[in-house]
Design a protein around this ligand. Structure first.
Ligand SMILES: Cc1cc2nc3c(=O)[nH]c(=O)nc-3n(C[C@H](O)[C@H](O)[C@H](O)COP(=O)(O)OP(=O)(O)OC[C@H]3O[C@@H](n4cnc5c(N)ncnc54)[C@H](O)[C@@H]3O)c2cc1C
Length: 447
């Protein structure tokens, strides 16, 4: 049995800790804040407990749903309600796309998302075969025209990465799209009617996943979770490590850094300087989520919001404050059921490079959200409650060349026996990908 320290109690770190504990090791999790979960976090609006961070996970890869099932959580799926695009002054149906690249041009034309000129360019496609990594925006613009990027790719990528299409790496963020763009026919078969749903959630909220992991870890002898314990330095001693926190030093045979790129870079400065230098280059976008509750029987509320959609995305080219709104009451049955007589929804704001737009008061973020919701849906009511959750440095940016950067980081980390890294900065920002990276880190260290 060895002793391991896991720095960071987000979903990646908790997964790694569980893997190491499963292998019979002693594990100490050091978490900087007063709670585990990181970007999976609960909040309360009008007395209803909701997610104020991540709210869903991909269902078509196993890691997230398997872990939730293993810790006894009830899975659920979003309702069939789909999202719209709010552009060219209307809420328009979202046509079938792959990360915004249109799979059905007739559907795209019928949606009215593009201007007639944009539509004509989308129909005159140019096929590229790039040898190197390129940006999603550059490749899609070459094939379908800039308007497709502006009005479809940007809002869809904005939802996942809060990034800009002209910088995001196609090989890291959308490998299937890279492959399809190189083909003459840009088509994919529609999923069969009985295909498993694309996304899953947890009844009561995704925040329950780290909470259940925390409870699971607490029951294991040899596992300790320590809160308010930011790690400030790491050094090598013989074949092990010593980490420093405000409370003192802790020694271990092995170390997992499950922190975002900037803290990981700082902590690796002496132990793995090449990895630290690469980690410093990974940018992060800051975002804010505004969760609002409205009385369903307020005049006009149900009429404005019950548009049969699960929300809408907003292209940056339309110059609105919000980049999306999720109608949680329409997307999740459990939210609707929990919110008796209320309709809960949320807006998100902030993209990479637009930090200044978030440097305003909570009231201003709520006000901007209400203005945009009003313009999009006709909603004129005041919410009964509003909660603002800021995620400074919330989402890593997978810029062109990201895969090579991650390979260099992993190679440098592998030169330090007993050291592993995991988290959203590496192989995918989604919950399932983070869980996979936690499993991988534990596996690399013999977990
Ligand atoms: C607003 C938002 C919405 C999202 N929605 C979704 C979604 O619906 N579906 C989806 O799949 N993904 C979503 N994501 C992405 C996903 O939630 C995250 O990528 C993922 O949860 C990151 O997990 P992590 O464990 O790698 O990092 P984090 O959650 O960032 O956890 C890292 C932990 O390390 C701690 N820490 C940092 N520094 C130190 C230190 N020096 N010492 C000790 N501890 C430290 C932090 O406090 C934190 O708890 C969303 C992200 C955001 C920001």
């Amino acid at each position: 049995m060895s002793r391991f320290i896991v720095v960071g109690g987000g979903i990646s770190g908790l997964t790694a800790a569980r893997g190491l504990a499963d292998a019979g090791h002693e594990v100490l999790v050091l978490e900087a804040t007063d709670r585990v979960g990181g970007k999976l976090r609960r909040g309360e609006v009008a007395g209803i407990t909701v997610d104020v961070g991540a709210e869903a996970m991909i269902n078509r890869r196993p890691e997230g749903v398997d872990l939730a099932t293993a810790v006894g959580l009830p899975l659920t799926h979003p309702t069939p309600a789909t999202s719209r695009i709010w552009t060219r002054d209307a809420l328009r149906p979202l046509p079938r796309t792959l990360m915004g690249a249109p799979l059905d041009l007739d559907q795209l034309e019928a949606s009215g998302i593009l201007s007639p000129e944009g539509m004509s360019r989308a129909r005159h496609q140019y096929i590229q075969h790039p040898d190197e990594d390129e940006s999603v925006g550059w490749l899609v613009a070459n094939r379908f025209g800039q308007e497709v990027v502006d009005r479809l790719v940007e809002p869809l990528l904005g939802g996942v990465y809060a990034g800009q299409a002209r910088h995001i790496s196609i090989r890291s963020a959308a490998p299937q799209l890279a492959e399809l763009l190189a083909r003459r026919e840009f088509t994919l078969p529609a999923p069969p009617a009985d295909a498993p749903p694309m996304f899953a959630g947890v009844e009561g909220g995704m925040w329950r996943l780290p909470a259940a992991l925390e409870a699971d870890l607490r029951e294991r002898p040899g596992v300790e979770l320590r809160y308010d314990a930011p790690v400030t330095a790491v050094r090598r001693t013989g074949s092990g490590f010593v980490v420093s926190t405000a409370g003192g030093e802790e020694a271990a045979d092995g170390l997992v850094l499950a922190t975002p790129a900037a803290p990981s870079a700082r902590l690796l400065a002496d132990v793995a300087p090449v990895a630290a230098g690469e980690l410093e280059q990974i940018g992060y976008a800051s975002v804010a989520l505004v969760t609002l509750a409205f009385r369903a029987d307020d005049p006009g509320v149900a009429e404005a919001l019950d548009v049969g959609a699960a929300g809408f995305l907003v292209p940056p080219v339309d110059d609105r404050a919000i980049k999306a709104s999720t109608f949680s009451f329409a997307k999740w049955d459990w939210v609707r059921a929990a919110a008796d007589g209320l309709l809960v929804l949320r807006t998100s704001l902030g993209r990479f490079g637009e930090e200044a737009t978030l440097q305003v008061s909570d009231e201003e973020l709520v006000g901007a959200s209400l203005t945009d919701l009003g313009a999009a849906t006709g909603l004129a009511a005041s919410p009964v409650d509003a909660v603002v959750q800021r995620w400074g440095g919330g989402l890593p940016q997978y810029w062109v060349g990201h895969l090579d950067r991650v390979a260099r980081i992993r190679a440098a980390v592998a030169e330090v026996p007993g050291l592993a890294v995991c988290g959203a900065a590496y192989d995918g920002v989604g919950i399932a990908a983070c869980i996979a990276s936690g499993h991988r880190a534990a596996g690399e260290l013999g977990g």
